[in-house]
Each structure stands twice: as C-alpha cells, then as structure tokens.
Write a protein that binds this ligand. Structure first.
Ligand SMILES: [Zn+2]
Length: 592
C-alpha cells in the first residue's frame, strides 16, 4: 500500500489526526486501556510492530493496521499508522508477532453439543477403552436411557476393527447404545438398540445403506449411510438449551483457534433459529453461512426450496455479514472411510485386498439428483453437493455444467464438497465452470489425509491415492478451492488444514498420498482465507486485510510463512478480533 493512500484513507475515517499515539499496552490483554479521549472513538484500535500477512492480491506484508468502527482503516508501516492514530486510540503492540486474516472453515458441522453431552471417542486407543467408557456412562443412567457417543475410528485403535454390538452388549444389556464413527457415515448400535429399531438378520439392506453382517448374516451392529436412520430416529434430540450451549462452545473454541467464519452444511431442526437468537442477543462471535439439507427426492427438495425462498439470498445477510442463509446441501454419495462413496473401480478392504466388487453407491438416484439441482439452480439458489468418489464427482460437475448451459446464471458458486478424487475430466470441467460462470468450486478438507489418512489410504488403494486432493494440479489449472475440516470428521482448528495441505501425512507419519500435489503455505493460507471467503459470498468483506474490509484478524505465536512445515500444525493463537472487537485473548485466558 502506498503511503498516500493510507493517509487519505485514515483521514476519511478519523477527523482529527493526532501526532502522538495512544497508550501502548505491552501484553495482549487490553482490558486496562485508557478511556477514549478527544478525537477518538471507543472502537479506534491500532496494532503495531507486527508481521501482518494481509492476504491481498500481492500477498503483501505490513507492520501495522488501524481499525475504526470494526473496519480496517489503514495498513502500512508503524510510522504511518501511529502518526495518524487519534489520541486515546487503543494500541496493541504485537512485539513482532504474525497476524493473518481470521481463518475460515468452509465445511464444518458447527456443533459441540456432542462434545458437551455425549461420549467423546476420538482419543480411544482400543475397543476395550470404548466399552469401558460406555460401562461408566451406563452406571449413571436409568435403564432404557440412550447412551450416545461419537468419534471412534477403527484406523486409530489397536484392534484395527469395528466396534460391534457384541462388544457393547456385555456392559449395556438394559440401555440402547449408539456410537457414531468419526466420519458420521456409519456407527455402531448394541443389540438393545437394534431390537428397538427392528433390525434383525431378516432385515434387508435399505436403498443407499449397508447393514454390516457377520458370516452367518446376522447384523454386527455397524450400520452405514441410510441404514443408520432406523436407530438414529429413535434417539431423543438434545434440548434447546443443550444445543445452544453446543453452539456457544463451538464459537468460543473457534475464536481460540483464530477462526472467525464457517459454512455450516446442516442447519436442520432449531439450529437456524438458534443462530438468529444468538445474533439478536449479540452473542455470535463467528460468521455463519448456513446450508439447508435438500433431502433425497423432489418432494423434499421443494420443501427446502420454499424455506430458502423465505430468506434473503447471499450475499445478503443478517447482522451485517454475520449470518447468511446460503443455499442447499445435497449428498451424491457416501464416505471414503466407509467404502460407500461412488467410484469407478472397486474399493479396497486392506491395501492388498479388494472389497469384492464394491464400488459404493449414489445417495440419490442420479437422474433425480439432476432434477433436484435444476429446481434449485433455476430458482437462483446456491448448491453444495457432497461428492467423494470419482464417479460421484463426475456426475455432480456434469450436472452443474449442463444446467449452467441451459440457464447460464453466473455467481451461484455451486460447490463440490470433499471432491476427493476428481478425474481429469472433472478437473477440466471445474476450471471451465469457474472461469465462465463463477461456479464449480471444491470445498475440500486437507486434514482427511491426516486424521483419517490411514483408513483412507487403505480404502482408496495405491493407484487412486496419489490423486487425492490434487491441489497442485488445481493451481496449474487456475482452479481455486476452499478449505475446511468437516468437523467432527477431523478436528476443526484450521492450522491442521494448513499443515496437511503441505505435508499430506497420515497419523502414522506415512505419506501414501505423495507430495506431488502439495502446495506451499502461501497457497494453503488462501484456501482458508480469501478463497474460503469467496465460497461464503463474503470476499468483499473478509478473507484479507485491506482498507475498507471488516477487521477479522488472528494473531499467532509464530509466523506461518517462515517456520518449518511441522511447526504450522502447532501454531497457537494469541488474539482474535472479529470486526475489531477482541473475541479471544490468550493472555486473559492464562491469567484467569
Ligand atoms: Zn460433512
């Protein structure tokens, strides 16, 4: 930024230019600042002595940033910014620390109600540990009360197998149990729960679902995709109070990771109303771009469309860019870990053993899917479709392409959620759709390669692995993508995604996906900032630190541009601002 433009910009924001800077506070704790004096507004704030990674088009770095009324008033050198700060403006000395735009997660099931009220199974190391946690929970429950948990992953437990009903029956004969897998695409029920759901040896697999069975045909308790519905529909919902607490915890935990915005792909039930409620009460500290599930047929699509049409379309928002009714989410297929995603060549059970001729399956009858998307597209509604397998991705991008040809509406930014193993055809199609229609964007999760990387590597097999999340190829083709976590599939801190985009490493430290598709930190950061903002229709407001944009800023204990790759994974956030307001302060947390 040129000195002159900083000056002009600041002049328009700040009437009286004062020569001396305000009170400098040495730590990040800024609770004790002086009261605003003449010429300053209580919101006036400057950050100085930093390495401010602006994320602008030139990826420029600045020393200082000035904030007025929640917006960035200027960016430049310490001298430029200090000189024009109004007397009494609060000053935060960054002591050389790096700051980035607030990080954005474009696919996050934004809810920690489970973390608060259900069993947390992501850290268990064996089946026995899970069983023991269930035993403890049963001890405090009434007979018949549901026991719920989530987060287990057979790839991370020493037994290297699914948890089964037989494991759980030993400790929960009188309570139904349901434990969701980390991918959310399957889970395990105990025999009590199977009985309640009327699932027995005689039950046939439903359309787009799998009842896992032992050799004699009896259910093992593991249910995949739509086969989960009979059990899940019996579990009572968390109360409104519990769900509200889950959202508030999620917002606080996001802020503690330097994160300020999310695309939530499932705002069913009372979630949307809760978002409105928190916003009205001034308790929202994360921007939310909400999608509504469109179901599996035309009837459900019509119901969803009616609900969406009652809300303003993006980029229109509630709370001045805080909450958007974004559009619809559809599922084209299932999961890579569960081997239910729709692929051309059969899945692998182990790296050396094919899973029979299992090529997964579509979640929606493909021609029906196309009609559903047409309904939304023709109504000018943004669509994001879950597609993991190569065959599913082809079907989704071809659908978008055909419909855009028929009705060439630009800027709907239709997304491909996950987009794990796109074919060359899909890659070329996305490049063309982005260029011609501002549509066809991968909303992808680099941390899959880490958190569920070992089961992923086994299922995809050697030939397909290298094509997983081909970021480098995207950059060569001019494709931009948006990063995310798919929490609770992987932990949500965006630093894991930044690191994974570069390292492509599994929990066991292997690199089965190769590094030919790795990108550098500059590119990875874009996918969690400005490119992510674009997928939230908020790129004019957030995603980079430039004058006129909202001051969503994260301050870090290290500079992601210069530390070794592995150190990115362990970055600590020290301060988070949302529209210039402190929503997280590590020093305040520590001193508490
Ligand atoms: Zn998801």
């Amino acid at each position: 930024m040129q000195i002159r433009s900083v000056a002009l910009f600041l002049k328009s924001f700040w009437r009286a230019a004062a020569l001396c800077a305000g009170t400098v506070l040495c730590s990040f704790c800024i609770c004790a600042q002086s009261a605003p004096r003449n010429g300053s507004d209580p919101s006036d704030l400057i950050l100085v002595n930093g390495k401010i990674i602006t994320g602008d088009a030139r990826d420029s770095i600045a020393e200082a940033v000035a904030i007025h009324d929640g917006k960035i008033a200027g960016i430049g050198s310490n001298e430029e910014i200090r000189k024009r700060a109004p007397q009494g403006a609060r000053v935060i000395d960054l002591h050389g620390r790096a700051a980035t735009p607030g990080l954005i997660d474009t696919h996050c099931h934004f809810d920690e109600t489970d973390a608060l009220y259900a069993l947390e199974l992501s850290k268990i190391k064996s089946v026995a540990e899970a069983v023991d946690l269930v035993r403890q929970k049963v001890a405090g429950a009434r007979p018949g009360e549901w026991i719920q948990g989530a987060g287990w992953d057979e790839g991370k437990i020493s037994d290297h197998r699914y948890i089964t009903a037989a494991d759980l029956d030993k400790v929960s004969p009188d309570n139904p149990v349901w434990l969701t897998h980390t991918t959310g695409h399957y889970g395990v029920a105990n025999s009590y729960a199977l009985r309640l759901a009327k699932i027995s040896r005689d039950t046939k697999d439903p359309a787009a679902g799998t009842i896992d069975r032992s050799a004699d045909g009896s259910p093992t308790g593991v249910l995949k995709e739509t086969a989960m519905t009979p059990v899940r529909s019996l579990i009572p919902e968390f109360t409104k109070e519990q769900q509200r607490n889950g959202l508030l915890k999620m917002m606080a935990d996001f802020n503690a990771e330097g994160m300020t915005a999310a695309k939530d792909p499932g705002t069913e039930g009372i979630r949307w109303d809760l978002y409105r409620e928190l916003l009205n009460e001034n308790k929202s500290t994360v921007r939310i771009f909400a999608l509504l599930y469109g179901g599996r047929d035309l009837d459900s699509a019509r119901v969803t469309l009616a609900r969406l049409q009652a809300q303003p379309k993006p980029p229109q928002s509630f709370g001045d860019g805080m909450l958007l009714s974004g559009g619809v989410k559809l599922f084209m297929d299932g999961s890579g870990g569960g081997r239910t995603a729709w692929v051309y060549d059969p899945w692998f059970k182990t790296p050396a053993q094919l899973d029979g001729n299992n090529t997964g399956y579509p979640n929606i009858d493909p021609p029906i899917y196309r009609q559903m998307v047409k309904l939304f597209h023709d109504a000018g509604v943004h669509v994001s479709t879950h597609a993991v397998g190569d065959r599913a991705i082809d079907w989704v991008v071809d659908t978008y392409s055909d419909l855009l040809k028929q009705t060439p509406t630009k800027h709907l930014r239709h997304g491909i959620i996950h987009c794990n193993i796109p074919t060359d055809h899909a890659i070329d199609t996305m490049a063309r759709l982005q260029r011609d229609y501002d549509s066809g964007y991968p909303e992808t999760q680099a941390p899959f390669m880490w958190w569920i990387g070992d089961i992923y590597a086994a299922s995809f097999g050697e030939k397909r692995e290298q094509r997983l999340m081909p970021y480098k190829t995207y950059t060569q083709k001019g494709i931009i993508w948006a990063g995310g976590s798919d929490y609770f599939v992987t932990p949500f801190p965006a630093r894991y995604g930044l690191w994974s985009s570069i390292a492509r490493q599994t929990p066991s430290g292997k690199q089965p996906f190769g590094t030919a598709e790795s990108v550098d930190i500059h590119t990875a950061l874009k996918s969690y900032t400005i490119w992510a903002a674009h997928q939230l229709f908020l790129e004019d407001r957030i995603g980079s630190l430039e004058p006129g944009k909202d001051a969503d800023i994260a301050v870090w204990d290290r500079d992601p541009y210069s530390v070794p790759t592995d150190a990115i994974k362990d970055m600590h956030c020290e301060l988070t601002l949302l529209r210039g307001k402190v929503v997280f302060d590590a020093s305040a947390t520590k001193s508490r």
